[in-house]
Design a protein around this ligand. Structure first.
Ligand code: SF4
Ligand code: SF4
Length: 68
């Protein structure tokens, strides 16, 4: 199952908590990027980052693009 990971730019502060809580290391944030991004195919949809983000900046949903 594919998961769609979305970050609200106007809510994310770049605090890095989502990186710390992701057990799959599916989120990447470098100094150059400033804000986190999910690595394609790495997210297992556990939604821990969504729960732990203090600013409600993350949304994790099932990717509906089954028609390939
Ligand atoms: S935990 Fe939320 S506010 Fe912090 S870097 Fe991740 S998405 Fe941004
Ligand atoms: S939903 Fe789970 S696996 Fe996916 S990025 Fe968030 S913490 Fe990592």
């Amino acid at each position: 199952m594919e998961w769609k990971w979305t970050r609200k730019d106007n809510a994310c502060t770049g605090c890095g908590i989502c990186l710390d809580v992701c057990q799959e290391e599916a989120i990447l944030m470098t100094r150059e990027m400033g804000l986190p991004e999910a690595l394609p195919g790495a997210c297992t949809g556990c939604r821990e980052c969504e729960r732990e983000c203090p600013f409600e900046a993350i949304t994790v949903t099932i990717c509906q693009n089954d028609k390939l």
